[in-house]
Design a binder for this molecule. Structure first.
Ligand SMILES: [Zn+2]
Length: 311
């Protein structure tokens, strides 16, 4: 199975059974060996790697985060490495970053994670950890108030739960499942250009799974709504966490039973059938019309490479 560069390399033990122990977490948050990733407006702070052609997460020590008076009690627990060293993320606003005395050198540069993924600037391990931190940080930003009674919620379990102080309702980090599917009639596949894409880029169809749907139904519904194509067999191929804000992309191969496209132009700017040769040319940036496909950071790229027989 091919490995997408964004989010599938798990290198830390999330210690699910221990992170609910407040005393244990407190010890980890103040332990000398612990490491802290900083997110400024959800952008990870990075540093040039040893070769200077790539970057890596800039980890701060416990001493550094204490000296900067960062909100360590709200640090998000990412996990333990093989040496038992705890890794956390501290998510702060750009306003706080600017207002923290002496901190500028510690918080620059903070770079948008999607940009880093597209550039392939981080190792897959760092990309995965930054994605985990970004998704969790974004969820906390949106879960400060109880969805049931509107009162404030408090962070628990190192960031893996919030609890309403008034009504006691517990809230857990959510993941939004998205189906992303390569529709094929055997020889060709359907790719679409969405209004928000950069010019000339075509990608596979995708859409959120709705309540009450299984994966197969969501694939058939989305493809039908957007292109009018009837899909029969649906095969799971691969998945990928996508921390924008906190989705799980479920990659499928969808076998078309019809071929007559009726494109929903409110959703898509264009959609059409592409031959394997055309897709190969797009992946290799040599399509005669200058058409391109998503890069290796995206699961669409994995699906397309599978289609042309590269995996
Ligand atoms: Zn409540």
């Amino acid at each position: 199975m091919p490995t997408p560069t964004l989010g599938t390399t798990q290198i830390l033990d999330r210690a699910g059974a221990r992170r609910s122990d407040d005393a244990w977490l407190s010890t980890q948050r103040t332990g000398e060996a612990s490491r802290f990733m900083i997110l400024v407006d959800l952008k990870p702070v990075i540093a040039p790697g040893p070769e200077r052609t790539t970057s890596e997460i800039r980890w701060l020590s416990t001493r550094e985060v204490q000296a900067l008076a960062l909100p360590v009690d709200d640090a998000l627990f990412l996990g333990l490495d093989t040496d038992g060293r705890a890794h956390f993320a501290i998510s702060i606003t750009d306003h706080l970053a600017r207002a923290t005395p002496g901190a500028v050198q510690y918080f620059r540069p903070a770079v948008d994670l999607r940009t880093l993924a597209m550039q392939g600037a981080l190792t897959s391990e760092d990309q995965s950890l930054a994605g985990q931190a970004r998704a969790l940080g974004q969820w906390h930003e949106n879960a400060r108030c109880c969805g049931k009674c509107g009162s404030a919620t408090r962070l628990k379990d190192g960031g893996w739960r919030r609890k309403c102080w008034a009504c006691g309702t517990e809230w857990f980090p959510r993941t939004d499942p998205v189906v992303i599917m390569l529709v094929t009639d055997g020889d060709r596949c359907i790719l679409a250009h969405e209004h928000r894409y950069v010019a000339n880029m075509y990608s596979t169809l995708a859409g959120f799974i709705e309540h009450g749907e299984d994966i197969e139904h969501a694939v058939r519904r989305e493809v039908g709504e957007e292109t009018g194509i009837r899909v029969g067999k649906v095969e799971y191929h691969a998945s990928q966490p996508w921390p924008f804000p906190h989705s799980l992309m479920i990659g499928c191969i969808a076998h078309a039973e019809t071929t007559d496209l009726q494109v929903d132009t409110t959703e898509l700017a264009d959609a059409r059938w592409f031959s394997r040769e055309e897709v190969r040319a797009m992946l290799e940036s040599r399509h005669p019309d200058g058409l391109t496909a998503p890069g290796r950071h995206a699961i669409a790229n994995i699906l397309l490479r599978h289609f042309v027989g590269e995996s």
